[in-house]
Write a protein that binds this ligand. Structure first.
Ligand code: C2G
Length: 131
C-alpha cells in the first residue's frame, strides 16, 4: 500500500484544493492530510476563516482523503513520514524546492504538483469583501 502525505490549511475549501487532493490521492492508495491547527496558523500570523475542527470535517468528507492529522509545527514532517510509513510527500508547486520539504527526500519520495491557477483562499476572501 503506497501512502501519500500532504500538508495545508485548506481554508474555505475550493476547487484548487480539491484538484490537489485528487492528484495527490492518485499517486498512491492512501492519502493522509496533515492539517494546520489554528495555533500553528497563529504562529505564522495567519487566521483561517474556519476553525480546525470544521476544516477537518470538510476534508474527511472528501472521497480522496483517508486520514486527517494535525499539523502543529514545521518540524513534525520527518516524524510524520516515519510514524505513518509514508512513501510520498506531495505538495503544490508553490513549495517546490523549499527547505521546509526538500530534506524529506532522505526519508520518502517528494512530489510537487502544479497549482490550479486563478483560485486561492485569499482571492475568494477579497472578491467576497469587494461585494
Ligand atoms: N493549492 C493548489 N492550487 C491552488 C491553491 C492551493 O494546488 N489554487 C495547493 C497548495 O499548493 C497546497 C494545498 O493546495 O499544496 C493547500 O493549500 P493551502 O491551504 O494554502 O496550504 P499552505 O498554506 O501552503 O500550507 O507546512 C506546509 C503548510 O501547511 C502548507
Amino acid at each position: 500500500m503506497r501512502r501519500v502525505l500532504t500538508y495545508g490549511t485548506f481554508d474555505l475549501l475550493h476547487y484548487g484544493h480539491i484538484r490537489l487532493l485528487q492528484r495527490a490521492a492518485s499517486l498512491g492508495d492512501y492519502l493522509i492530510v496533515a492539517l494546520s491547527t489554528d495555533e500553528f496558523n497563529a504562529s505564522k500570523g495567519k487566521r483561517s476563516f474556519y476553525p480546525y475542527n470544521v476544516r477537518k470535517e470538510m476534508l474527511e468528507a472528501l472521497r480522496y482523503v483517508d486520514l486527517v492529522i494535525p499539523e502543529d509545527c514545521w518540524e513534525q514532517k520527518q516524524s510524520d513520514v516515519l510514524d505513518y510509513k509514508v512513501d510520498i510527500v506531495c505538495m503544490g508547486g508553490d513549495w517546490k524546492g523549499s527547505p521546509r520539504f526538500e530534506y524529506l527526500r532522505e526519508f520518502c519520495d517528494l512530489v510537487y504538483l502544479d497549482r490550479t491557477d486563478g483560485i486561492s483562499t485569499t482571492e475568494v476572501k477579497e472578491r467576497l469583501s469587494d461585494g
